[in-house]
Design a protein around this ligand. Sequence first.
Ligand SMILES: NC(=O)c1ccc[n+]([C@@H]2O[C@H](COP(=O)([O-])OP(=O)(O)OC[C@H]3O[C@@H](n4cnc5c(N)ncnc54)[C@H](O)[C@@H]3O)[C@@H](O)[C@H]2O)c1
Length: 496
Amino acid sequence: MRQIRTLGLLGTGVIGGGWAARAMHFGIDVVAADVKPQMEQWIREAVANAEPALARLTLAPLPPKGQLSFTTDLHEMARKADFIQENIPEQLELKQRVLADVSRSAPADVIIASSTSGLMPSDLQAKMIAPERLLVGHPFNPVYLLPLVELVGGKQTSPATIEAARKFYTYIGMHALHVRREVPGHLTDRLQEAIWREILHMINEGVATTGELDESIIYGPGLRWAAMGTNLIYHLAGGESGMRHMLHQFGPCLKWPWTKLEAPELTEELIDRMVKGTQEQAGGRSIRELERLRDDYLVAIQQVLRQYNIGAGATLRALEQRLYVDQAAAQSAAGPAGNAALPPLTGEVRPEWIDYNGHMTDSRYQQAFGDALDALCRRVGIDEEYHARVGMYYTVESHTTHHAELRAGEPYYVETRVLAVDDKRLRVFHSLRRTRDAVVAATGEHMHLHVGVGSGKTVAAPAQVRTQLERIRDAEASKPLPPQAGRAIGQPPVRD
Ligand SMILES: NC(=O)c1ccc[n+]([C@@H]2O[C@H](COP(=O)([O-])OP(=O)(O)OC[C@H]3O[C@@H](n4cnc5c(N)ncnc54)[C@H](O)[C@@H]3O)[C@@H](O)[C@H]2O)c1
């Protein structure tokens, strides 16, 4: 399957906008196509609105942001895209017709995924050219923050299509859940609909308000669901004998008429109650305000789950590892072959790194130096496996000097020198330069100690790591020391 550099979007509403923001954030170009020309402004705003929350999701180094272009010509999009994601309204005949049409312009090795919430892929691919490249890739709103995407193949979908789509979605930070049999509503919407149906019944019967029903979830099951689903949670609820006990104890209740399978009639009165209830819950806050609140807590939850390496937090960790590995690979590729000296680590000052004075804030210099140390470590074989089995370098002393300003969007690069290395110690010097004029904006000098896993004590680094660090040190040993190396703060010590 081809390498995916450009994502084509068919339909640029709520879901198309979310796909654009996610893909561009992780360096993929987007060609967005919609029948309505006014959707160009909408999608540009949607991408801009998503960026503040997305930008806080991870500190891992990101590739340059992807570019967005817009067209009303679906065929132009289909000719340019390496992967197409369809997000037009949920109507089978419309989707069938448009997918068939687009499949005539998209080369046969371009995968076409549908965001459909519940239509069957076998129906969607019926009239397409090369139908084996169609699958359902069902995301969740907001697509740019929720990692889940359900992958569903139809009767004609090839296993290679599912595999290639899984690879692409994982690359842009998602958790691809393969739904093994196509069923209407896939997995998640079937479960969500069951809850929604019960909500409508209880509102209809005047049992509770929309707010009370939401409380019944957010203070209880909702908190559990972020990391463990209903099944594992019920297994825990059954005590030592787990799910078996749970089913013996509560199984018979399932036969009681607690829930109803048929949805209630959507009368005007029921619709009014739902609308009035949710407006009261919104309490005068606009949709945009509520979206920002939702985005903020979705980022925070994923960062907490990351510490436990569970659910969406595990997806985030895996994404970060991939980003660090890619950065190190890009750095190695940039360096001249066979040269032990380190190639510079490149980056760009992201808008959220800016201080109140309009320049890059102090902590981001430490991050840039930390990224450069990480790249150095990876170059000498210190990776996740090494961290888990051997140890890592801890920072024990740092000294930063600042010389010039960096503005939002400015490209920069970090040159790293190994000044000294022995069994346990590693002394590293970084110069962060502005790309536009090669001026040194800041320097960072750090002493690191090699600490063993488990013991938490300083231990000698393995010989092969040391040898490589020595090679890197020796490659620049004939150069004079940078003037800032070994400096302390310039003012004479304060005397009482
Ligand atoms: N909204 C959600 O929460 C959600 C979640 C997951 C999946 N989905 C699915 O995503 C799809 C899109 O949903 P949405 O909420 O973004 O809808 P939407 O109404 O916001 O956007 C649909 C867009 O498609 C465009 N369009 C219509 N006909 C077109 C055509 N022939 N060619 C190109 N563009 C065309 C419209 O102009 C519009 O901009 C649906 O299949 C839906 O089931 C929605």
